[in-house]
Ligand binder design. Structure first.
Ligand SMILES: C[S@@+](CC[C@H](N)C(=O)[O-])C[C@H]1O[C@@H](n2cnc3c(N)ncnc32)[C@H](O)[C@@H]1O
Length: 268
């Protein structure tokens, strides 16, 4: 039987990797990428340029179950990092169709991704996660949920939002339980900051929605302060989004009696 995810690739039984190599579509953003992605920037004398990133590097070892999921689905659902380096990278090739696009940043082990994607077969969901075991785990959940409309990318989401997503391209942006970076000296690593808010507002289509959730009270306050200041966004605290499944990070927060805060901002 032909698997539905393969059918999505314009009727060809080709995995994501081959579709990208065969791509003839122009990039929706630009054919030129002057700035290399994070971890690829070097000074003229060959030293790595230090970068402020919103994530920490974590272990890359798979459990046997994650390895099985990776082997079964990585070729179809994971976009190779290097694919974004070439001119002409186009998400239509990756998904095998053009459909309303949702981006999730920091999908973790994919609990929210799989459940929400399965409810939205008419949307494409691009999930950014730099932690490989989380990506492998997600693949297993996607297969279990029958969600073939998700592609995972392990390249920094901040860089990718700027370079791979066109202005006005997003229906929705999801940022659930982003790393809170609680120490003051690390606040500069928080993904919700004025520069990223500007970028996110520009990538959402008018009326597009940015949904956020956190269990970190101080970060929630900061998020509201930052997002309220962004002229391209309108919104604030809302009731818990009923569609959003409880994830590992929400369970951890609830276990230590933290309040969970949901935010919803609409692009003007
Ligand atoms: C605290 S976890 C939350 C995971 C998930 N959303 C949940 O609710 O369980 C945050 C995740 O975001 C990922 N992350 C942070 N910054 C990122 C970035 N710039 N690009 C891609 N992934 C990122 C981290 O690797 C981490 O797995």
């Amino acid at each position: 039987m032909v698997r539905p995810d393969r059918l999505l690739c314009r009727g060809f039984r080709q995995p994501v990797t081959e579709m990208l190599l065969a791509s003839t579509y122009p990039s929706p953003v630009s054919d030129h990428r002057p700035l290399a992605r994070p971890h690829q920037r070097f000074t003229d004398d060959g030293r790595r340029v230090s970068e402020v990133l919103t994530y920490a590097r974590r272990g890359s070892r798979f459990t046997p179950s994650q390895q099985g999921s990776w082997d079964a689905h990585q070729q179809d659902w994971v976009i190779p990092d290097a694919a974004v380096d070439g001119a002409g990278f186009d998400l239509a090739d990756v998904f095998g169709r053009r459909a309303p696009l949702i981006v999730e940043i920091g999908s973790g082990i994919g609990e929210a991704t799989a459940a929400l994607a399965a409810q939205r077969p008419d949307h494409d969901i691009l999930a950014f996660e730099v932690w490989r075991p989380g990506v492998a785990h997600t693949l297993g959940l996607l297969a279990g949920a029958g969600a073939s409309n998700v592609r995972l990318l392990g390249v920094d989401a901040v860089w990718s939002m700027e370079h791979l997503i066109a202005p006005g391209q997003l229906e929705e942006l999801w940022t659930f339980f982003p790393d809170p970076w609680p120490k003051t000296k690390h606040h500069k690593r928080r993904i919700v900051n004025p520069e990223f808010a500007r970028l996110a507002a520009s990538r959402l289509k008018p009326g597009g929605v940015w949904r956020l959730a956190t269990d970190w009270a101080a970060y929630a306050e900061r998020m509201v302060a930052v997002l309220d200041q962004e002229p391209g966004l309108l919104g604030g605290r809302v009731e818990r989004w009923a569609d959003r499944p409880v994830t590992k990070f929400e369970r951890k927060g609830v276990a230590v009696e933290r309040d969970i805060v949901d935010l919803r901002y609409v692009a003007r």
